[in-house]
Design a protein around this ligand. Structure first.
Ligand code: CDP
Length: 225
């Protein structure tokens, strides 16, 4: 049997990290973990429960009431996020959540809470995890680290297509504003800002098809397993 490793995929908003991570996990028989979904689920909880996230006592109390799990859904054939026994995989993709998630993800207590769970999920290896700080903070010793980029116009067009399908009132301007705002906050926050780990390999997928990017990632993976 092949050696099991940890693969981290970090990068800018909407540059295809989760698409690649899911395909890679499927090919390798690994577990895929969407760390961004955890920050989105925490944001959903904070918004629903009117948590004042500028108050660290309120934040800590709220985090104590949050349980997050991932469950494989046979119907959608993907792993979905469960927040306190409720499947929130679809509601967390809403723009209302995307507008606040980077503020919530910048909070130290929130990151400590999420990172501890992410590290536990990776303790048996055989994991592909995507996010912003996976190769730098969550698994600094991961065998393979990928950093993804793509031109902003391509990222906006891809995300707009996805969001428009779910909500035809979505405009391209609001999607662009959201991606630019999140990229700025994510890369300028104090705790674990988004940056390429020194030993990460960059993949720019502006002009790559999905099979092409998967092929590149599989070739990289084979060097380690
Ligand atoms: O929209 P996209 O799929 O690119 O983002 P996501 O992976 O769902 O992440 C949503 C947000 O969660 C990001 O904009 C970050 O603010 C935050 N995040 C983070 O801070 N650290 C991670 N490891 C993953 C996500």
């Amino acid at each position: 049997m092949n050696k099991k490793i940890i693969i981290t995929i970090d990068g800018w908003s909407s540059c295809g990290k989760s698409t690649l991570a899911k395909q890679l996990a499927k090919e390798l028989g690994y577990v895929y973990i969407d760390s961004g979904a955890m920050y989105r689920a925490i944001t959903l909880y904070f918004l629903r429960n009117h948590i004042d996230w500028t108050d660290s006592n309120e934040v800590n109390e709220a985090l104590g009431n949050i349980s997050i799990e991932f469950e494989f859904n046979e119907k959608s054939q993907q792993s979905e996020i469960i927040l306190n026994d409720e499947n929130v995989e679809y509601v967390i993709r809403d723009l209302v959540i995307a507008e606040k998630v980077s503020d919530v993800a910048a909070i130290k207590e929130v990151r400590t809470f999420a990172v501890a769970q992410q590290q536990k999920m990776g303790d048996k290896k055989g994991v592909v995890m995507d996010g912003r700080d996976i190769g730098t903070t969550v698994f600094p010793d991961a065998e393979l680290k990928i950093f993804m980029t793509a031109d902003i116009a391509v990222r906006v067009a891809r995300r707009f297509k996805e969001m428009f399908k779910k909500n035809p009132n979505t405009t391209i301007e609001e999607v662009q504003h959201n991606l630019e705002m999140r990229d700025y906050i994510d890369s300028h926050r104090e705790v674990s800002p988004l940056r390429k780990a020194d030993d990460a390999i960059e993949i720019d997928n502006t002009h790559l098809t999905m099979p092409e990017q998967l092929d590149i990632a599989l070739k990289l993976t084979r060097k380690f397993i």
